[in-house]
Design a protein around this ligand. Structure first.
Ligand SMILES: Cc1cc2nc3c(=O)[nH]c(=O)nc-3n(C[C@H](O)[C@H](O)[C@H](O)COP(=O)(O)O)c2cc1C
Length: 349
């Protein structure tokens, strides 16, 4: 149903500016006029950080920046949705154009710069869905003009306690000056310490990291993750590198690259972090997933859960069910009765 519908809509969406197309997609999802996905196969169910996921496939942050359609995303068959990044104050973001499609590479470059309606608007949306089933995480960002960036994350914890199934501290978007420096050892220790202290309940807090990290950066993050009590790492955000892209005007646009060219790079960081954390910190694999085989590769590299965004732009919402079906088959082929058993199969620790 979703497949043929998207085939019809795709040429229209692709003829529009990326942000217009996205707005139309959100409007379509808001109507709720599509069938609810069937329950996932039992082999896909998994428990991570005390949360019971019906399947390990989630929608990555940035798709639903203001928490307008998390339940529609769950209806498509996702195991969970991550909304945000949300910042305390509303923010316009960078001047347009700021999203660039690279269809021949199944990729996108964006320099949105945390355009979002702020905590208040997100709070209204999250309040509306309170009491509904389904795992919805809130991804927290910091305003561009905030001096003490860590404080913005603390404000996020305060704002969404009791509404978020989990929190993500996003210190890895390349489009907010200074944000990524929060990944350094000292800054990260302080940030994570303050955020975890701000928590009243035991709601899990995840840290989302960049793929553009030196070996020292990776070691520092692994050490902080092991020492601080952070619940999981999300690996990764978009890259500022242009590896795997054919040179061209669009490829030179400033911003974060996502989609297929990010796959190998982010999977490498994922397996490195599994080794560095000795498998003791749950990992969430993101970056360039466009098939069940890709999701399975991330899982075997150490991901307990996965997320995707860019491939949905090109393949549409039916991709979620396709990945679920293929992942189920791949697990059965290799004799795994549960997705949990396949986690890290290629990266022994
Ligand atoms: C247009 C766009 C906006 C994004 N906005 C955010 C964001 O607000 N917060 C965040 O943590 N990641 C954001 N991301 C990064 C994605 O969540 C994801 O980490 C990245 O795109 C890699 O996954 P993919 O290759 O499946 O897209 C954004 C990505 C895109 C393409």
């Amino acid at each position: 149903m979703m497949g043929p519908l998207f085939k019809l809509a795709r040429p229209i969406l692709m003829s529009l500016e990326p942000e217009q197309a996205h707005g139309l997609t959100l409007a379509g999802l808001k109507t709720g006029l599509f069938p609810k996905a069937c329950a996932a196969a039992p082999s896909l169910a998994t428990t991570v950080c005390g949360l019971d996921f019906p399947n390990p496939i989630g929608i990555a942050a940035g798709f639903d920046k203001n928490g307008e359609v998390p339940d529609a995303l769950l209806r498509l068959g996702c195991g969970y949705a991550e909304v945000g990044s949300t910042t305390p104050k509303p923010q316009k973001g960078n001047p347009t154009p700021r999203i660039f499609r690279l269809p021949e590479a199944d990729a996108v470059i964006n320099r949105l710069g945390f355009n979002n309606q702020g905590h208040l608007a997100m709070k209204r949306n999250m309040k509306d869905r309170q009491g509904r089933p389904g795992i919805v995480g809130v991804n927290l960002g910091a305003n561009k003009d905030t001096e003490d960036k860590a404080e913005d994350y603390v404000l996020g914890i305060d704002a969404f306690e009791g509404m978020a199934s989990y929190f993500t501290i996003n210190v890895s978007s390349p489009n907010t000056p200074g944000l990524r420096s929060l990944q350094g050892r000292q800054a990260l220790q302080d940030l994570v310490g303050r955020v975890l202290e701000a928590r009243i309940s035991r709601v899990p807090v995840f840290l989302k990291i960049a793929p553009d990290l030196t070996a020292d950066d990776r070691q520092d993050i692994a050490d902080v993750a092991l020492e601080s009590g952070i619940d999981a790492l999300i690996i990764s955000n978009t890259t500022i590198a242009r590896q795997g892209l054919v040179e061209g005007a669009v490829a030179q646009e400033t911003g974060g690259l996502s989609g297929r060219p990010l796959f190998a790079m982010s999977t490498q960081v994922l397996s490195d972090m599994r080794q560095l954390t000795k498998g003791k910190v749950p990992l969430i694999g993101v970056g360039g997933i466009s098939s069940g085989a890709d999701a399975y590769t991330k899982i075997r590299a150490g991901a307990s859960l996965v997320q995707l965004y860019t491939a949905m732009i090109y393949q549409g919402p039916a991709l979620i069910m396709q990945i679920r079906r293929d992942l189920e088959k791949l697990l059965a082929r290799d004799g795994f009765s549960s997705v949990t058993d396949a986690v890290g199969a290629d990266v022994p620790v």
